[in-house]
Design a protein around this ligand. Structure first.
Ligand code: ZN
Length: 163
């Protein structure tokens, strides 16, 4: 069915994966459907996408992606101190708690509590995986040409996931 096919631009790739960060599995397709994406469209992080070219169905690979090619380095300016008096009472003040706030234009922003004292709470607006090397175990389990509609939309149309 897919004789001679390999991962190249415009192919819909079905991929099983596990993502290890700092020695822990933080994401995996285990127990779910494989990830489907169109190669070459930036559907997945660039540092992983470019390592997949030429792989065929059944191929496995370990891919390490540095922070610069993944979610970026930790931005030291992406922190904000909020006075305890202005901090919503219903949110527990504990390290790592995720909260949603609004910027000046009312867009949602996500932050985590980095630290706190009696006066203020320091929020970290960096992506949780910023500054981290991502270690992927990937296996190609399916390849097919993308349909014109999929290419037009820029994403794969998996059963039940048509947008
Ligand atoms: Zn679509």
């Amino acid at each position: 069915m897919s004789e001679g096919m390999k991962v190249e631009d415009g192919q819909v790739v079905s991929m099983e994966y596990a993502l290890h960060v700092d020695g822990e599995v933080v994401d995996t397709s285990d127990g779910r459907e494989p990830l489907e994406f169109i190669q070459g469209t930036g559907n997945i992080i660039p540092g992983l996408e470019r390592e997949l070219y030429g792989m065929v169905i059944g191929d496995s690979k370990k891919v390490s992606v540095t922070a610069a090619d993944a979610y970026g380095e930790v931005d030291p300016d992406a922190y904000a101190d909020v006075p305890r008096s202005e901090f919503p009472e219903e949110i527990p003040v504990e390290k790592g708690v995720e909260i949603q706030v609004r910027d000046e234009s009312n867009n949602p922003l996500f932050a985590r509590i980095d630290s706190f004292d009696n006066e203020s709470v320091k929020l970290d607006f960096n992506h949780p995986l910023a500054g981290k090397t991502l270690n992927f175990d990937v296996k190609i389990v399916g390849l097919r040409g993308a349909s014109p509609e999929e290419l037009d939309h820029g994403h794969a149309h998996t059963a039940g996931h048509h947008h």
